[in-house]
Design a protein around this ligand. Structure first.
Ligand SMILES: Cc1cc2nc3c(=O)[nH]c(=O)nc-3n(C[C@H](O)[C@H](O)[C@H](O)COP(=O)(O)OP(=O)(O)OC[C@H]3O[C@@H](n4cnc5c(N)ncnc54)[C@H](O)[C@@H]3O)c2cc1C
Ligand SMILES: *[C@@H]1O[C@H](CO)[C@@H](O)[C@H](O)[C@H]1NC(C)=O
Ligand SMILES: *[C@@H]1O[C@H](CO)[C@@H](O)[C@H](O)[C@H]1NC(C)=O
Ligand SMILES: *[C@@H]1O[C@H](CO)[C@@H](O)[C@H](O)[C@H]1NC(C)=O
Ligand SMILES: *[C@@H]1O[C@H](CO)[C@@H](O)[C@H](O)[C@H]1NC(C)=O
Length: 523
């Protein structure tokens, strides 16, 4: 029997550093909740839960950034309700050296933000991921481990939608706590603005509801503040009418690379004019070592057919291939496999820029396009293994800031008076583990290079629809947590006042820094 454990250990690669405190917490969890706790099959307790080891290996392997899959938690705990999470939190408090991690969909780009080597992995997808329509008919209770595709299948039955992920396999908890940019954001704000109630296990184990009346400070902090305030065990989300009787329009258009400047210019115009709040677009620009780079734009309209000029001219640029069509929302969310891909390694870096008039926008993005492409092509000179480099230019129209404010506001510090911005999400994908450190570093250089180019050529350019605010600050902030690298100063980017308020709330609820024992951004 010992031999089996040894073989598994070898097959598993890195051996977890045994952490005595984590083992104690796992022992408690295993004896209290035997069917919800699985030991590392390759560890010394592995045989106790050998028969259910597939739950362990599945959750440990299923990360968007495969670097996480090398971490081996001492045990994985799959809680089924808030009381079980509370019990785990109380045990973790009694064992101050036990690392832990919280895992929803596992799509965060940063290694170690939802994985732990040798600690306690609390994974929500298995037993705490259901979506239930409330008796009021237009709100939904969603478990933190749900994936958006599963949520939409439930809301769609009554021709409703919630503001959530654009690809189906992304997890609800991480996405929503980081803000959540959706096809519906110009109409209803970010995903976090549409959370009516968070059921939260506080850092001391107490279970509370955070909403506009109860713990309103915590409610606010959880709207974009990330994983530093408590463990969410239930999200109550606002439902909205879905398209024309559930029919929406969308798909991908591919363009010849020579069309890119036309796209950059049209994108600027679309972001500033934003003729129809039901329209949304994600323009992406991909490079790989040898392949030709064809811009790919995801289009969406919250109705069976887009209104005339909904995309301010972007839709008139001639495409090479066009898959847009009338369809269901869950069908759109499952396109490109819904991002259900495991086994790659990935990193992200976000840049915020003002949305500028077409000519300046094109100048900035054209520089980024050529520099990034040559850096990707140049990877062999640095011994890197870049499979794909990509950037997405995501419009952050003042419409989003307005919709957020109407729903109670969030922590990001987006003020409609500051004007329109774009979030440039830069991503790298690699396979060779030798690049696990160097690839994220290279991507950081990519992000710093475009920032430098902006600073030297375009600094001070006001965002379109700008009315007031410190131009040099608002133009480059906030950094979007959901697309940010671990080294980026996300909380700083929310502005000094919001950052101070967040810090005070964290101190009030978490004097011992319990939430800071896991990965994430720091104040
Ligand atoms: C292919 C792809 C597409 C994406 N598309 C979008 C998009 O359209 N819009 C957008 O905004 N973002 C998007 N993202 C970014 C995504 O929102 C973030 O990666 C987010 O962190 C993923 O959430 P998750 O639950 O899957 O991640 P996880 O890795 O499981 O968790 C992320 C973070 O949440 C914390 N956490 C998990 N569960 C809890 C809990 N119950 N309570 C408290 N904290 C918890 C963890 O500590 C961790 O730090 C995309 C990412 C990918 C890879
Ligand atoms: C195995 O683990 C899963 C996930 O927690 C649980 O639902 C199931 O009941 C377990 N199986 C047994 C036989 O206990
Ligand atoms: C659009 O969808 C309809 C109905 O599902 C289908 O018949 C048609 O072939 C689709 N058109 C394209 C261009 O994919
Ligand atoms: C390509 O790599 C070489 C060697 O590191 C470097 O000198 C050159 O500046 C790089 N070019 C680009 C465009 O990054
Ligand atoms: C837990 O923290 C909350 C908020 O700070 C506090 O109200 C509550 O009394 C604490 N509970 C315990 C058991 O200490």
């Amino acid at each position: 029997m010992k031999t089996i454990a040894l073989l598994l250990a070898l097959a598993g690669g890195a051996l977890a550093a045994p952490n005595a405190d984590a083992v104690s917490v796992c022992q408690f969890l295993h004896s209290s909740y035997p069917q919800y706790t699985v030991w590392d099959p390759s560890g010394s307790n592995g045989l106790e839960t050998f028969w259910n080891q597939s739950y362990y290996s599945t959750t440990v392997q299923h990360y968007w950034n495969g670097v996480n899959a090398k971490n081996r938690p001492a045990c994985a705990f799959f809680p089924a309700n808030a009381q079980q999470v509370s019990a785990a939190v109380q045990q973790l408090n009694q064992h101050a050296n036990a690392p832990y991690a919280l895992k929803s969909g596992g799509h965060n780009f940063n290694a170690g933000f939802s994985s732990t080597n040798g600690g306690v992995l609390i994974s929500f997808n298995e037993n705490l991921g259901s979506t239930v329509q409330n008796p009021d008919g237009n709100t939904f209770d969603v478990g933190p481990g749900a994936r958006w595709g599963d949520v939409y299948e439930v809301t769609e039955k009554s021709n409703q939608v919630v503001v959530g992920g654009r690809l189906g396999n992304i997890g609800v908890a991480g996405y929503t706590l980081g803000g959540g940019l959706s096809y519906y954001s110009a109409q209803y704000g970010l995903a976090c603005d549409n959370v009516l109630n968070f059921e939260v296990v506080l850092p001391n184990g107490t279970v509370v509801d955070a909403n506009s009346k109860s713990h309103p400070d915590l409610w606010w902090a959880l709207r974009g503040g990330g994983n530093r305030f408590g463990i969410v065990t239930k999200f109550t989300l606002q439902g909205h009418p879905l398209g024309d009787n559930g029919r929406v329009w969308g798909g991908i258009k591919f363009y010849d690379a020579s069309k890119r400047q036309q796209i950059f210019e049209a994108l600027s115009k679309f972001t500033s004019e934003y003729p129809d709040a039901k329209a949304a677009v994600i323009p992406t620009f991909d490079f790989s070592g040898s392949l030709v780079a064809n811009p790919a734009l995801f289009y969406f309209y919250d109705g069976a057919k887009p209104s005339a000029n909904a995309f301010a001219g972007l839709e008139n640029i001639e495409a090479l291939m066009d898959s847009t069509n009338t369809t269901s929302y869950s069908d759109l969310a499952s396109q490109a496999g819904g991002a259900k891909i495991y086994g790659i390694n990935a990193a992200a870096h976000v840049n915020t820029f003002p949305n500028m008039p077409p000519q300046q926008m094109s100048q900035l993005l054209e520089t980024h396009w050529t520099t990034y492409q040559s850096m990707v092509k140049n990877d062999s000179s640095r011994n890197l293994d870049i499979q794909i480099g990509t950037f997405a230019t995501q419009p952050v129209s003042v419409r989003i800031a307005r919709a957020s404010q109407e729903r109670g506001g969030n922590t990001l510090g987006l003020d409609p008076a500051n004007g329109d911005r774009i979030w440039v999400e830069n991503d790298l994908i690699w396979i060779n583990p030798a690049c696990d450190n160097d690839c994220p570093q290279y991507l950081r250089e990519v992000g710093d290079t475009i920032k430098t180019s902006f600073d030297s050529n375009l600094k001070g350019t006001k965002p379109t629809n700008y009315q007031s605010g410190d131009v040099n600050f608002v133009s480059l902030n906030p950094l979007f947590m959901n697309d940010a690298g671990y080294y980026q100063d996300v909380y700083d980017s929310y502005g000094a006042a919001n950052k101070a308020r967040l810090e005070n709330i964290a101190k009030a609820y978490d004097p011992n820094g319990f939430m800071f024992r896991q990965g994430g951004w720091n104040f």
